[in-house]
Design a protein around this ligand. Structure first.
Ligand code: PGA
Length: 242
């Protein structure tokens, strides 16, 4: 694991973006596993800025998002599709047909998980996987539990996750109860993981994930096994890891 600690978010986001841009410039057809949430927004802003300055193009890049809420239309303001459009996709030259996000409104969710998994299988090893961690240790929506899944699946969100995510919804009642998430397989197979966490509230779970035992109750602890993971933390997040 390559750990880099930054004084401020600006420097952290720039460094993570630089690492991604290097890969894309070396391989313009790179495949990217992307994440949503507050954490990667700054990284996406840096990618947009680099694109605007002509430092990178996404024309031949293909993306696979790690999760989507069940029941939200693409256009819903809290869907992850909408999030990606707002923070990244609308501002770069990525081809719409090369964007992949699970369809949370599919009439048959099991079939949708199979469809998404076969897309991932066809993609093979992702060049980069962007990840963060939830306060309960989840990675994507791979929630803590006795069983972890390698493949795309439908997940019932924990009440903890719904509460945390309710910040982006008008009320807790409106937070979907289920989601579709990529399993841990493609993430662990990615050539490189760019892992980002910011702020003191993540410090305790980061210590458990990276310094504790590998434990399905802390899905992020699996990341200790990845052979090429770059961990970008700010000084607050790294507090209990030193
Ligand atoms: P956050 O979410 O980036 O909004 O903290 C991370 C997660 O839940 O995986």
């Amino acid at each position: 694991m390559k750990l880099a600690v930054f004084k401020n978010e600006e420097e952290l986001d720039l460094a993570a973006a630089k690492s991604m841009i290097e890969v894309i410039n070396e391989n313009p057809e790179a495949t990217l596993g992307l994440a949503t949430g507050q954490t990667p927004i700054g990284l996406y802003q840096k990618l947009v800025q680099a694109y605007q300055k002509g430092q990178v193009t996404f024309k031949q890049v293909t993306t696979y998002n790690i999760d989507e809420y069940v029941g939200l239309e693409k256009e819903h303001p809290q869907s992850f599709y909408h999030f990606m459009k707002t923070h990244l996709f609308s501002h770069i030259d990525l081809n719409e047909v090369q964007i992949h996000i699970p369809n949370g409104t599919a009439s048959n969710l099991e079939e949708e998980t199979e469809r998404y998994e076969s897309l991932l299988m066809k993609a093979g090893q992702l060049d980069i996987q962007i990840l963060s961690i939830g306060l309960n240790g989840h990675i994507g929506f791979n929630e803590p539990g006795n069983t972890l899944h390698a493949e795309t699946h439908v997940v019932t969100l924990t009440e903890d996750t719904r509460k945390v995510n309710s910040k982006s919804f008008p009320s807790l009642a409106e937070v979907p109860k289920k989601a579709i998430t990529m399993g841990l397989g493609p993430m662990m197979k990615a050539k490189k993981i760019i892992f980002i966490a910011k702020g003191e509230e993540k410090a305790a779970i980061l210590k458990q994930a990276f310094k504790g035992p590998i434990d399905p109750l802390v899905p992020g602890s699996l990341l200790q096994l990845h052979p090429n993971i770059e961990v970008y933390l700010d000084e607050k997040a790294v507090k209990y890891m030193m």
